[in-house]
Each structure stands twice: as C-alpha cells, then as structure tokens.
Design a binder for this molecule. Sequence first.
Ligand code: AP5
Ligand code: MG
Length: 210
Amino acid sequence: MNIILLGAPGAGKGTQASMLAEKYGLLHISTGDIFRANIKGGTEIGKLAKSYIDKGLLVPDEVTCRIVKDRLMKDDVKRGYMLDGFPRNVFQAEELDKFAKIDLCVNIDVEERLLMDRICGRRVCACGESYHVSALNGRTTCAKCGGELYRRDDDNPETVKARLETYFGQTAPLIDFYKKQGKLLTVQSGEGSPEEVFKQICAGLAEYVK
Ligand code: AP5
Ligand code: MG
C-alpha cells in the first residue's frame, strides 16, 4: 500500500507516519526530513533548500520531484510507503502520477488555530521524536534516546505564518485533486490526541483494504 499524508504544517503528518510505520511496516519518506538531512550535510541541495525553507516557501518543483522520483526507484519501496510532505502542489501531484501508483491520500484536518501553538511549542530530537514544551516540564533531552532536544529553524512564528500561507494557497487544493481521483480519506483531528487520530486512520485503512 502506498499512501500520501496530507495536512497543514503541524497537522501531525510526521507523528502519524511513525505510528503507521510501526503498525504496517510502511516506509516513511518525508521530503522535509530529506531536505533537513541535506542542510545538515552541507550539500548543494541543502544550501538551495535552506534558502526556501527559511522563508516558508516551497523548494522548486524540479529539485523536489527529482529527489522523490530517485527515492522511489530503490528496492525497499516494494513493501509499501508513506509520502509525508509530498506532493505539495498540483504540479507535484501530476508528476507523481507519472512515476508512482498511489492507493490513498490521508488528509489530516486540523483547525488552523491549533497549528501555530503546536509548531512553535515543538521540540525535536535527531532520532525523530518530537514533543510539545508544555509536556516537557523543563526537560531538555529526549525520553527515548537521551539526545538533546532543539527547535527546528523554521518553527518560529514568522516562518510558520508563511508556511501556513503556502499550505492554504498551494497545498490545500490537493484535497480536491485526490477527492476527484476517489482516493481521499479525511480524518478530523479536532483536539484529539495522536492516538485518537491514529485510530481513525487505521479504521479508514481497514475499510480501504477490504
Ligand atoms: P516539512 O518538514 O514537511 O514540514 P511541514 O509540512 O510544515 O510539517 P511539520 O513537519 O511542521 O508538521 P507535521 O505535520 O509533520 O506535524 P508533527 O507530526 O511534527 O517541510 C518543511 C519545509 O520543507 C517546507 O516548508 C518546504 O519549504 C520544504 N518542503 C518539504 N516538502 C516539500 C515539497 N514537496 N515541495 C517543496 N518544498 C518542500 O506534529 C507537530 C507537533 O504537534 C508535534 O510537536 C507533535 O508532537 C504534535 N502533535 C501531533 N499530533 C497531535 C495531536 N493529535 N494533538 C496534539 N499534538 C499533536
Ligand atoms: Mg513533519
């Protein structure tokens, strides 16, 4: 099964991807994580990506599509995968249809008012775990691996505002795109916990597998 995780910044794409990877053994492919690894490694792609990410803008389509296309040519994708953060506009979605077979697009719907707090309060660890400051009680290390927690460079109010504008202007139209293809599964996050959202997604996937 190959699925797309769609949702605004802070909707919980990464959180749900970790849980889905554990339950279904699906590979988690996050374009944001790929860019951040490139930025950390000081590559040319990383330098280019950073200049867009810091402004809350999309990295150019030709770079992003090439990265995803190359990644999907590896053997390990045969077990099924989740695309987290790709596609992010209609052009990318049309390109994706040329080189991949997508079964379902899971749209995580969260009220906009919750997103800013979730993102600006997020602290992440290099191992992939993320936390909200309100639950850390002053702790600065990861409960899972002991690594130092940090805030992503693009998790500041000004950049988040730009990321949300980019989402509503360019990415949200994909909801209709996948609805028209009959592949859309929308889960309402509301103020539900990650576990509650996960239950909804699993129920939807079970329906689909039938
Ligand atoms: P990317 O890394 O994909 O960032 P994003 O889409 O802005 O989303 P986030 O990672 O911030 O949020 P998330 O939905 O994963 O939420 P999370 O699970 O962490 O992209 C970064 C940048 O890279 C883009 O801005 C762009 O510049 C570039 N880029 C990436 N892909 C691209 C593409 N295809 N084309 C062009 N450019 C691209 O959850 C957030 C927080 O909330 C966490 O602290 C979590 O613990 C908490 N949380 C999660 N679920 C819940 C819940 N149910 N209740 C309460 N808290 C929750
Ligand atoms: Mg993410």
